[in-house]
Design a protein around this ligand. Structure first.
Ligand code: SF4
Length: 361
């Protein structure tokens, strides 16, 4: 990878579906939201690159498996998937380059990094590894088309074009589509148009937009979609209207999720928010000490000992022992679970983050 090129392009292929539909969403320094899934994807890509090129894993990614809390099984699963990806590429003929960073020669801010670019005679082929579970198809894929347009600007001689999505965690997760020069021309024009526009358009592409929480256009569309009279539904609005309502429901749900995350963060940083608090969730009941629980129950119910030969969960034991008695014996507890945002009226006290999790009374 060249060090001369920016780390992130305003018009990046990975979010091209969104900014082609809503050019206003393509803004400088706008990074996609980072999540555990995206960090896992970054690690899988780095492992793939290191294996294909026989190089070391970058320093900043060493220890990432531990930071992500990946179990031994999850690490093994990732290694197997990455090896499958490596084998898939190695078995293809032609000249292969990895992590190819390309910027457009004609469209400013249009550029990105291709996982694998394969050139074989007149065939130009890009392969994109996706480690997530959301199914992505190669057919009509704007990310693959964008990579091919970029590669076509830099490498001559291709007359046939193909793009592969390699999604190892899905059944039948490898799909390949072929594209023509005319399709690439058409896509290139759409990118050019988007690069010169600052129009905002809301749609289901908003779901993945980093601007979603503060976007007035998406907000207005949410209100428009929610503003449907019951009578209108009953009297049968057009199929298009019903489809628009349904397709935007996921965007509204995503917006609500982001708003909850933001409130959670504000309260956690010590900012009081009227009507909301963070409370400590509780896990399922479990035995304080399994050995003590087993012997106590055996002593207490000698005639019912079969039920205690292998200790079950408190909920299962309750089917044989009166719940009040089990509670009195004080053999189980509910360990603290995840912190969660709840309305102030919900049961339980909120936590005081300024004073290291004291209970707010
Ligand atoms: S959230 Fe706003 S900026 Fe983002 S894609 Fe939707 S309309 Fe465009």
């Amino acid at each position: 990878m060249s060090d001369q090129t920016p780390a992130h392009y305003r018009l990046s292929p990975s979010s091209s579906k969104r900014w082609i539909a809503c050019p206003g969403s393509a803004q400088a320094d706008l990074e996609d939201r980072e999540s555990e899934a995206s960090r896992e994807g970054t690690l899988a890509h780095a492992l793939g690159y290191a294996t294909l090129t026989g190089t070391e894993l970058p320093d900043e990614l060493r220890g990432e498996a531990a930071a992500l809390n990946l179990s031994a099984d999850q690490q093994k699963e990732m290694a197997e998937h990455v090896l499958g990806y490596v084998k898939f590429i190695q078995e293809l003929p032609g000249d292969k380059q990895y992590e190819v960073k390309l910027a457009s020669l004609c469209i400013p801010d249009f550029g990105g990094t291709i996982d694998c670019l394969r050139l074989d005679g007149d065939m130009m082929h890009v392969i994109d590894l996706k480690y997530g579970f959301g199914r992505v198809q190669a057919e009509g894929n704007t990310q693959l088309l964008s990579y091919l347009c970029l590669a076509r600007e830099h490498f001559e001689g291709a007359r046939r074009y193909a793009g592969t999505i390699y999604q190892p965690r899905l059944q039948n997760g490898v799909t390949t589509a072929e594209f023509t020069d005319a399709e690439l021309d058409d896509h290139f024009c759409r990118v050019m148009d988007a690069s010169m526009s600052d129009e905002f358009n809301a749609g289901d592409h908003c779901r993945w937009c980093p601007l979603l929480l503060n976007c007035d256009v998406a907000h207005a569309r949410s209100i428009e979609m929610a503003d449907v009279e019951f009578e209108e539904i009953k009297s049968g609005p057009s199929v298009e209207r019903l489809e628009a309502i349904i397709s935007f429901a996921d965007v509204v749900a995503e917006r609500a999720k982001l708003a909850r995350m933001k409130l959670f963060e504000m309260i956690k940083n010590g900012q009081p928010v009227r009507g909301w608090k963070i409370s400590q969730g509780l896990k399922h009941r479990s035995w304080v000490n399994e050995g003590v629980a087993l012997s106590t129950l055996r002593r207490r119910y000698p005639s019912n000992v079969d039920n205690f030969i292998t200790l079950k969960t408190p909920a299962q034991i309750e089917k044989h022992v009166a719940p009040s008695v089990l509670k009195e014996l004080d053999l189980y507890h509910r360990p603290p679970g995840e912190l969660r945002l709840v309305q102030s009226s919900a049961e339980g006290e909120g936590l005081d983050f300024e004073n290291e999790f004291d209970i707010v009374t």
